[in-house]
Design a protein around this ligand. Structure first.
Ligand code: ADP
Ligand code: ADP
Length: 226
């Protein structure tokens, strides 16, 4: 159960660039918001401030009505999935998925249970002993998803997670992400360049431009406009 709310979020980088000019956005429990817009419009910055990887210059970030501006990334209960997977090459699939839980001191048998359940959900159960270099692109992307899911986060952030995959896999993984997101009901913000991906996945679309939210609505609403 989680709602996410951005109230007037500004982000100014030390070099003077203002990447976000007062973003207002509410994401309902279980909703998947897709953020689109031209390169440089602030999509990555938006995700990174929500994740706590960048500080917020002004405004409020709320999870479940609690202000989380000052919380460290690890304290935010948010998981992020990137395009480059960022898997640890020297670790097995199991250890990659277990890593964050081990760091948190989760008991061993609970780690085993959660990793095994997640692996089954993602069709990775047979691959737990493999190293990332012995996996296909789609399998690696699933491991990256798995690593986020085992943490049972309140919020998922996706930063163009499929952009390194070939066209066929992209379609397959897109459907898989949609299915999983709905099944798990995890409140999500998803950034992509791909319009079809955006329309297929989004409960609501946010169109950004120059650090502002230009439009926001269901794909039907936005694309039905003349
Ligand atoms: P997008 O993800 O939509 O391509 P970004 O959030 O990466 O947009 O960038 C928004 C603006 O902020 C751009 O002008 C970019 O050059 C600038 N920017 C991004 N990251 C940094 C950074 N670490 N330091 C300074 N400026 C940055
Ligand atoms: P993308 O738009 O795909 O997120 P970029 O190539 O814009 O990727 O950015 C790559 C990295 O460089 C990011 O970590 C971003 O924060 C940083 N970055 C982008 N623009 C700037 C900038 N003007 N000054 C400093 N860092 C930047």
């Amino acid at each position: 159960m989680a709602t996410l709310r951005l109230n007037g979020i500004h982000k100014r980088y030390p070099n003077g660039i203002t990447a976000l000019h007062g973003i207002d956005l509410s994401v309902a429990d279980g909703e998947l918001i897709v953020v689109v817009g031209p390169s440089g419009c602030g999509k990555s910055t938006l995700l990174r401030t929500v994740a706590g990887l960048e500080s917020i210059s002004d405004g409020e970030l709320m999870i479940n009505e609690q202000r989380v501006n000052a919380l460290e990334p690890a304290e935010r209960d948010i998981a992020m999935v990137f395009q480059n997977y960022a898997l640890y090459p020297h670790m097995s699939v199991f250890d990659n998925m277990a890593y964050a839980l081990k760091n948190r001191g989760t008991p061993k048998d609970e780690i085993r249970r959660r990793v095994t359940d997640t692996a089954r959900l993602l069709d990775l159960a047979e691959l737990l002993d493999r190293r990332p270099r012995h996996l296909s692109g789609g399998q690696r992307q699933r491991v990256a998803m798995g690593r986020a899911i085992v943490r049972e986060p309140q919020v998922f952030l996706f930063d163009e997670p499929l952009s390194n995959l070939d066209a066929k896999l992209r379609v397959q993984m897109r459907l898989e992400i949609r299915r999983l997101q709905k099944r798990l009901g995890i409140t999500s913000v998803y950034v992509t360049h791909d319009q079809v991906e955006a329309m297929t996945l989004a409960d609501r679309l946010v169109v950004m431009n120059g650090g502002h939210v230009e439009q926001c609505g269901t794909p039907m609403m936005l694309y039905a406009q003349p």
